[in-house]
Design a protein around this ligand. Structure first.
Ligand code: AHG
Ligand code: MN
Ligand code: MN
Length: 333
């Protein structure tokens, strides 16, 4: 069979699902920006792009040079095309307005330009996460409020993972597709036509160093996972924690698992570490489209009504049987 590139896939999506041309264009532009980020990331020390930028972002986190570079690449790639009404990023406090000399479009683009930044200096996989919303009707100057839509309103979501291969994983509401970057041709080629999360798993992902800070349902569940065949779950589990959400989610999308970043007592005022709008929502949309589940321990992440652009949320996502189990423990707590 001849290779299906991202462009061909998007054209066929338009025919089969009436995907609007400017949404198709949006995905192509984001994919092109991810190719540029992949190129920058792969240079590493040779490109002088490792290490800290010497600035902090709105999250109060030290920015890596590649956080800033990746953010710039996405802004510059998207601002002129006429497909966006505004953008929002983990790296920017306010929504980014499209410069007046460019036309505006129907969509809002949100992104974590470089996810897993703590891994960049040690050459471990990192990624880019993006989410697409419609700009509310009649809104000519989108503000933070325009973005505060529940995850169920997403029209597309995806991530690029910069690992041994650079891949783009995408959902537009009709399942999850994986594209592998052919560097010689410079095109993303469809290699994973229908990504599905196995309903059962023997693998969990959590940062165990936070164990003493967890709430009771999480402590109970993880102790059962660790008890393996000697405990109530009756099977032994393996553990992985890459500390790049994109890499952990990609593994789960590929072979199953449960990913957990619970809220914890270190900063009880925070609902968790991960950000709802440009980490949890896009990843939850992808996971659900692949037959998995995603909750904050108590409710479906996609149903959460956002209250602020950078709000954080607890995340339990992946193989449905395990997500349902830990969500049940929270309800019975
Ligand atoms: P980012 O680099 O965009 O800030 O995201 C990092 C996130 C996420 O990718 C990962 O799952 C989590 O932080 C890892 O947190 P710990 O370092 O606390 O394990
Ligand atoms: Mn991130
Ligand atoms: Mn980031």
């Amino acid at each position: 069979m001849s290779r299906v590139t991202l462009s061909r896939y998007l054209i066929e999506q338009t025919r089969d699902h009436n995907t609007p041309a400017d949404l198709r264009f949006l995905v192509e532009v984001v994919a092109r920006a991810c190719k540029a980020i992949s190129h920058a990331v792969s240079k590493g020390a040779l490109g002088g792009v490792l290490g800290n930028a010497g600035t902090d972002n709105v999250q109060g986190e030290a920015q890596k040079k590649l956080d800033v570079i990746s953010n710039e690449i996405l802004l510059e790639a998207n601002e002129w095309g006429g497909h966006l009404a505004a953008m929002a990023s983990e790296e920017m406090e306010e929504a980014y307005q499209i410069p007046g000399h460019y036309p505006k479009g129907a969509y809002l683009l949100l992104f974590d330009p470089l996810d897993g930044s703590s891994n960049i200096d040690v050459n471990v996989s990192v990624g880019t996460i993006f989410s697409v919303l419609r700009c509310p009707e009649g809104t000519t100057t989108p503000n933070e409020q325009s973005f505060l839509q529940p995850g169920t309103e997403q029209v597309a979501a995806g991530y690029a993972i910069y690992g041994p291969q650079t891949m783009l994983v995408l959902t537009m509401g009709n399942g999850v597709k994986g594209f592998t970057l052919d560097r010689e041709m410079g095109s993303f080629v469809l290699t994973h036509d229908n990504m599905q999360v196995p309903e059962q798993t023997k693998e969990f992902a959590i940062n165990m160093s936070n164990q003493r800070h967890w709430e009771i349902p999480v402590a109970r569940y993880v102790s059962e996972l660790l008890a393996g065949t000697t405990g109530s779950l009756g099977k032994d589990y393996n553990m992985r924690w890459i500390a790049s959400m994109v890499a952990d989610v990609h593994r789960i999308l590929t072979r199953g698992g449960i990913f957990m970043y619970p809220r914890d007592a270190r900063e009880p005022e925070k609902a968790g570490k991960l950000r709802l709008m440009y980490e949890a929502n896009p990843m939850s949309f992808i996971i659900e489209q692949a037959g998995g589940a995603a909750t904050n321990g108590r409710q479906r992440i996609l149903d959460i009504q956002p209250e602020s652009l950078h709000q954080r949320v607890a995340v339990f996502l992946g193989s449905k049987e395990e997500v349902d189990r830990i969500t049940g423990y929270h309800h019975n707590a």
